[in-house]
Design a protein around this ligand. Structure first.
Ligand code: HEM
Ligand code: HEM
Length: 225
């Protein structure tokens, strides 16, 4: 950032996005810990929480604050090239950057795949996902193979890459990243960039959407025989 230019505080991450982020981080740690320790009842409970969280984030990607909307960080390949050459547009350096957005989309897609495959998984001992009995044995084998082998390692790799990228941009490139995911605000050069809406109305709307997602997840859970 140009040290000569005045800076202003801009609301980038609305409260629902921040709660989603830290909720997902905690839930994923719990999911790996429960699965690796065979605490399958907790694994199922945590799994339904992740299901509600990702459903919420997908809806929020369409109706959430400006910087949380998918259209804001769905960049053309050209923007990624310009970013890598250090010539990104100012608006591309505030929310998820063109490179960062790739990791965000990958994380959301792979988490969705992990949750959906979990719903159809069966360990052939005692743990069976709520939808496993509704599909063929071949589909259950496919889902379980993804969930317990490929999916878990791809997801783990993406999480490690995410943490490494955040550490690199914070420590080496000296970017303000972690605190904005807590407080919501970033310091940006004075400009006409829009803030994310984050008032009482938008928070109540987020709560209603989340309740609808949680009820849907509870209904899916109730299908377990
Ligand atoms: C299992 C652990 C984690 C997962 C699955 C995860 C996932 C995500 C996702 C999906 C986003 C996009 C947020 C959105 O737009 O909804 C994100 C952004 C972010 N995460 Fe995480 N996260 C994890 C842990 C952490 C931790 C421990 C930190 C900090 C120490 C962190 C720092 C950040 C930051 C700074 C961003 C914003 C990056 C940007 O400005 O583009 N994350 N994370
Ligand atoms: C993103 C969330 C999730 C993560 C990270 C995750 C992770 C894992 C991992 C790592 C295993 C393999 C344990 C092993 O090595 O044996 C596993 C197994 C399993 N998970 Fe999940 N899981 C998630 C969501 C779910 C959901 C939503 C359900 C169902 C409601 C579920 C049901 C199962 C079942 C039935 C198994 C046993 C499969 C087997 O070991 O053959 N998981 N999960």
């Amino acid at each position: 950032m140009d040290p000569g230019r005045p800076v202003v505080r801009l609301r980038v991450w609305d409260l629902p996005t921040r709660v989603f982020h830290w909720g997902l981080a905690i839930a994923l740690v719990a999911q790996f810990a429960s699965a690796w320790n065979g605490a399958m009842e907790w694994h199922f409970r945590g799994g339904y929480c992740v299901l509600a969280l990702v459903m919420f984030r997908v809806v929020w990607g369409f109706i959430g604050g400006h910087w949380s909307r998918f259209v804001t960080f769905a960049y053309a390949p050209r923007s990624i090239v310009l970013y890598l050459r250090g010539r990104a547009a100012p608006g591309h350096l505030v929310g998820h950057t063109p490179l960062g957005s790739l990791s965000v989309f990958a994380l959301i897609v792979v988490v969705c795949l992990q949750v959906v495959s979990g719903l159809f998984s069966d360990d052939e001992i005692a743990a069976s996902g709520p939808l496993a009995r509704m599909v063929s044995n071949a589909s259950v084998a496919l889902a379980t193979g993804w969930h317990a082998v490929w999916g878990q390692w791809i997801l783990l790799t993406l999480v490690i890459l995410h943490l490494a990228a955040v550490a690199y941009y914070v420590r080496v490139r000296r970017q303000e990243l972690i605190w904005p995911m807590v407080s919501g605000d970033k310091h940006v050069p004075e400009s006409s960039l829009p803030a994310s809406r984050d008032d009482g109305g938008s928070r109540v709307m987020a709560l209603l959407v989340f309740v609808a997602c949680a009820l849907t997840a509870a209904w899916v859970a109730s299908l377990r025989a």
